[in-house]
Every structure is written in structure tokens, then in C-alpha cells.
Write a protein that binds this ligand. Structure first.
Ligand SMILES: *[C@@H]1O[C@H](CO)[C@@H](O)[C@H](O)[C@H]1NC(C)=O
Ligand SMILES: *[C@@H]1O[C@H](CO)[C@@H](O)[C@H](O)[C@H]1NC(C)=O
Length: 324
């Protein structure tokens, strides 16, 4: 039983959201601890021994045990924790973090004829997530309704529809359900033949327009098929941009950014609405017409009543003449 508990603790690894301790057995002789941020061996934080006067941020290293403090928000210490002795690596452990999307709006409205409109999706986590795009025409509310309470009406794996509720931690059940629904019920973006749309992946940022200089092309790759997406180097795969060089009605619909981290899949969908530029003018034109009608009516009646007064006056004058 005790053995099992130890094993279970080991299997959990170090999740940044929960924190944990590591190094007791693996790093007995270690004299150096580092974290390779997001697994990048040239982006390194060297850990320092705990000192009550100058506490270290996010972790506590005491002897050969590192305690990673739970961090649900900025999760800066995600990556690979490595201990070494005189330059020789002894052991390492991943500090994992689940997929989180950088803010992406739920809907965007553009005008037919707009140029170079972009939307960017970035998934943050460790192991590094990789992205894919899908497309579909079903509205958000339908999916939300199906997945309320984490019900698994459309589950394909990891959950048991007969039990009605996803067999996962409750906080994840709905997200998992929505992700599964979108995966089952959407189309690969490249199979849609959407006009004037470039799908780009980057390790930094892509430029604002469609033209890429040679230098920009090193950091921003345009892909034309799902196979190309799957072959991207991992540091490109977690950040993607859709560039609509010319906005048109046919592009309207729901675009789903699908992030995969080992066997966990999460989705973030947004609606791309395309409006007629004149459509925004119609209510205004309606108002202008209404005002014109009212003004015309007022002028008409003013004129009519002025004429009426004149007639009355002339009648009075004539009457006066007659009585003389
Ligand atoms: C790794 O980190 C270094 C230093 O921060 C950075 O210059 C480099 O681009 C990173 N490499 C990858 C693959 O992200
Ligand atoms: C796709 O969506 C429709 C409409 O909501 C739904 O009836 C159908 O079951 C979905 N298909 C899959 C495979 O989830």
C-alpha cells in the first residue's frame, strides 16, 4: 500500500498547477539544479539554495530537494528540471502545465472587402502543445447545451456515455466534452478551400500583411496542408495565425483552434462574421429618411396654415370694405 502510494506520487510528476517536490532520491549527489524553460536548453534558470532573507520565486531548493510551488497563473517555471553533479547530468523531471489558450475573442465581425485581417491562436503549456485548425458551421450554443454539466453525449474516448458524466475531473469534463464534439463535428480547414486565407505558424510573430520578406519567412511559415502542419518543428507548432488577405462572405463560419498535448486535446472556437459594409449604413439611412418625412410634413402644414391665415385676412379686409 505504501509502495503504491509512493508510486502514485511519482507517476504524477510535477504539475505546475499543483506544485510538488523532487530530487530526494534522483539528485542525492547533485550540486547544480536548473530549469530549462519550456524545455529550451538555452533558456535556463539556475536554481539557488533557499535563503529566508531572500526567498526564491516559485520554488524552494533545500539541499537536494526542489519544491516547485503551485502556480496557476503565470506558470513561468514550466519546463524541464535537471540536476547535475560537476557538469554531469544525474536526472531530470518535467514540470508540466496543462493547455491554456492566450486570449482569443469568441467572435469577430469584419466587413466584406476588408484587407489583411488576422486572428491568432496560441496555446501555452508543457509539454509544448501543437495546433491545428478546423472549420464548421454549427453554433456555439448547440455545443454548450450538449456539453452542459460535462455530459458525454458525443464522447469518442476517455469517457463513458452510459454513465452520462465524463469520467474525468469535474473541472475538465465540460472542456473535454466540447473538444470531443468539435473534433467529431468539424472539417479540416484545408479541405474547405477557403479563399484568400493563409494559415501561418510562427515561433515569434508573423507580420501584419501577406508578403513575407526572406527574414520574416524564417519566423513565420505559411502551410498549405495538415501534413505540413504535422511536420512543423515543435517551437512553431504552438502559435498560429489565420490571415484573411481579402475578407469575403464565403469565409464566414466557425474556426476552431485545436491544441494537442500528448493525448489531451483542447479547443478554442471563434466565429468569423462577415457583414456588408452598406449594412451598417442602413439604420442610419432609415433615420435620415424618417427625419426628412417629418420635416416635409411640418413644412407642408406650416405653409398650409400660413395660406389659411392670409385668406382669412383678405376675407376680413373685404368684409371691412363691405361694411363701410
Ligand atoms: C530558446 O531560448 C533562447 C534564449 O531565450 C531563444 O533565443 C531561442 O529562440 C529559444 N529557442 C527556441 C527553439 O524557442
Ligand atoms: C454533429 O452535429 C450535429 C448537430 O448538432 C449532431 O446532431 C451530430 O450528432 C454531430 N455529430 C457528431 C459526430 O458529433
Amino acid at each position: 500500500m505504501k509502495l503504491f502510494a509512493t508510486f502514485a506520487a511519482l507517476a504524477l510528476g510535477l504539475e505546475i498547477e499543483q506544485g510538488g517536490k523532487w530530487g530526494q532520491t534522483e539528485c542525492i549527489n547533485a550540486n547544480k539544479f536548473i530549469i530549462e524553460r519550456l524545455g529550451n536548453s538555452s533558456d535556463v534558470e539556475v536554481l539557488t539554495q533557499f535563503n529566508a532573507e531572500k526567498p526564491t520565486e516559485g520554488y524552494k531548493l533545500e539541499g537536494n530537494v526542489v519544491e516547485i510551488l503551485a502556480d496557476k497563473n503565470n506558470r513561468k517555471l514550466m519546463g524541464r528540471l535537471v540536476c547535475s553533479q560537476d557538469g554531469t547530468k544525474l536526472s531530470s523531471e518535467d514540470i508540466t502545465g496543462s493547455i491554456q489558450f492566450k486570449n482569443l475573442p469568441n467572435a469577430l465581425t469584419n466587413l466584406d472587402g476588408d484587407v489583411n485581417k488576422r486572428i491568432e491562436c496560441e496555446a501555452i503549456g508543457y509539454p509544448l502543445p501543437s495546433l491545428k485548425w478546423r472549420f464548421q458551421a454549427i453554433d456555439e450554443e448547440a455545443v454548450e447545451g450538449l456539453c452542459d454539466g460535462g455530459k458525454c453525449t458525443v464522447c469518442t474516448s476517455n469517457c463513458h456515455p452510459e454513465e452520462d458524466v465524463c469520467k474525468q475531473e469535474d473541472s475538465n469534463a465540460k472542456e473535454a466534452c466540447v473538444s470531443q464534439f468539435y473534433q467529431a463535428n468539424s472539417t479540416d480547414i484545408f479541405s474547405m478551400g477557403i479563399n484568400d486565407l493563409a494559415v501561418r505558424f510562427s515561433n515569434k510573430t508573423c507580420p501584419m500583411s501577406g508578403e513575407l520578406s526572406e527574414a520574416e519567412a524564417l519566423d513565420c511559415k505559411t502551410v498549405l496542408s495538415t501534413a505540413e502542419v504535422e511536420n512543423l518543428p515543435i517551437n512553431f507548432a504552438k502559435k498560429s495565425q489565420l490571415l484573411f488577405s481579402d475578407v469575403s462572405y464565403a469565409q464566414g463560419g466557425k474556426y476552431i483552434c485545436v491544441a494537442t498535448q500528448e493525448d489531451v486535446v483542447r479547443t478554442k472556437a471563434f466565429v468569423w462574421r462577415v457583414k456588408d459594409p452598406m449594412a451598417a449604413l442602413w439604420p442610419f439611412l432609415g433615420l435620415v429618411v424618417e427625419v426628412m418625412v417629418v420635416v416635409a410634413a411640418i413644412l407642408y402644414y406650416e405653409k398650409k396654415s400660413a395660406k389659411g391665415n392670409e385668406e382669412e385676412e383678405t376675407n376680413d379686409e373685404e368684409a371691412a370694405k363691405l361694411t363701410k
